[in-house]
Design a protein around this ligand. Structure first.
Ligand code: AHZ
Length: 317
């Protein structure tokens, strides 16, 4: 039994805490708010080991994943939820550059809190149990953070989902496949704080995650955004970036959902990153397309996964 579990059950006798006299005294723990709130005793090393063991075991296990999603904004998280609930057998690994996942979905437009979602994407709110006001053609969630925190908590609670945040994808793994074509076969990762300091420090090599299917959801262009679209250009798999076009809600939202697809073998693109890839319009502060595109990306990921013969995370036929 792991030390943390032993500690919780009071069976770990080798702890040498002054509170415990060699033995955990769980009877001393009290949740008393009148000046006698007593915690279970602990040693600092137990805390370190409880984190390290789980984190690195997870990293070890997810070095081969079934689907990696790059970016945990509204599109990436919607994709993760649909994918992981539809296919509980798949190991879904989210890699998010920021410490705080959620991308731009903590607020609506111009830093105002209400979030607008056009129908029919409101069905996803009912699936998640997020309340809203119905305005006819669209619905309004009173605070964007209510949508994002609910979605995030439901995604993270799924047993087949792992998220590495504060971790940036800084390159793609590209193999020559069985037919001689270039195939995206994984992601190259680094702690974001390292990725941001390649110019100031000498070589700090990255790590990798191998997966037969990658979903890129890194948002529109920015210091890290549109990452995979830009990398496809620089490695010659895409001639040029389409570049996001001006705002037109009515053109933009269906274009993003309907064109969500495998843009290069092994790489599905979703959300606003696709507008940079394809050169389609932006929609501004209306989030239905991020939900619809995320769900479509999940469906495309399942199709791609199921149509491939996979060995050790690699597509072999
Ligand atoms: O931190 C980024 C954010 O959380 C993350 N990300 C970007 N590059 C990354 C990298 N490695 C790991 N190299 C990375 N993570 O990706 C997330 C993108 O979230 P987002 O909210 O920016 O994009 P989205 O496509 O999910 O939602 C876009 C929302 C917008 S923008 C817009 C407009 O300007 O018109 N309209 C909508 C609805």
């Amino acid at each position: 039994m792991a030390p943390a579990v032993l500690a919780a059950t009071g069976q770990q006798e080798h702890l040498d805490s002054p509170h415990t006299n060699g033995k955990l005294r769980l009877d001393a723990i009290t949740e008393n708010y009148e000046g006698n709130y007593q915690f279970a005793p602990i040693q600092e090393a137990q805390v370190s080991r409880a984190m390290i063991k789980r984190y690195f075991e997870t990293m070890y296990e997810r070095a081969i994943s079934d689907v990696v999603i790059i970016g945990a904004g509204s599109a990436g998280l919607s994709c993760a939820y649909h994918l992981a609930t539809t296919r509980p057998d798949l190991k879904v690994t989210l890699v998010e550059a920021n410490v705080a996942p959620g991308g731009g979905a903590w607020l609506g437009g111009q830093l105002m809190s209400p979030m607008i979602i056009r129908k029919p994407a409101d069905g996803f709110l009912r699936t998640l149990g997020v309340p809203y006001e119905d305005e006819g053609a669209f619905v309004v969630v009173k605070h964007a953070a209510l949508f994002t925190s609910t979605l995030l908590s439901k995604v993270l609670a799924l047993p087949n989902v792992v998220m590495f945040n504060a971790t940036a994808v800084e390159d793609l793994v590209v193999h020559t496949d069985h037919a001689g074509a270039q195939r995206v076969a994984g992601v190259v990762t680094n702690w974001t704080l390292v990725a941001l300091n390649h110019d100031t420090q000498s070589c700090m090599d990255p790590n990798t995650i191998t997966a037969p299917v990658i979903v890129s959801a890194t948002g529109h262009d920015g210091p890290m955004g549109a990452f995979s679209a830009k990398r496809l250009v620089s490695m010659g798999l895409l001639k040029e970036l389409g570049n996001m076009r001006g705002l037109d809600m009515n053109r933009a939202e269906p274009a993003i959902v309907n064109n969500t697809r495998e843009v290069a073998p092994g790489l599905i693109m979703t959300g606003m990153e696709l507008s940079e890839h394809d050169g389609s319009n932006r929609m501004g502060p209306t989030f239905g397309a991020m939900i619809g595109s995320g769900i479509k990306a999940a469906k495309e990921a399942i199709k791609a996964y199921d149509s491939a013969t996979i060995r050790e995370g690699k597509v072999v036929a």
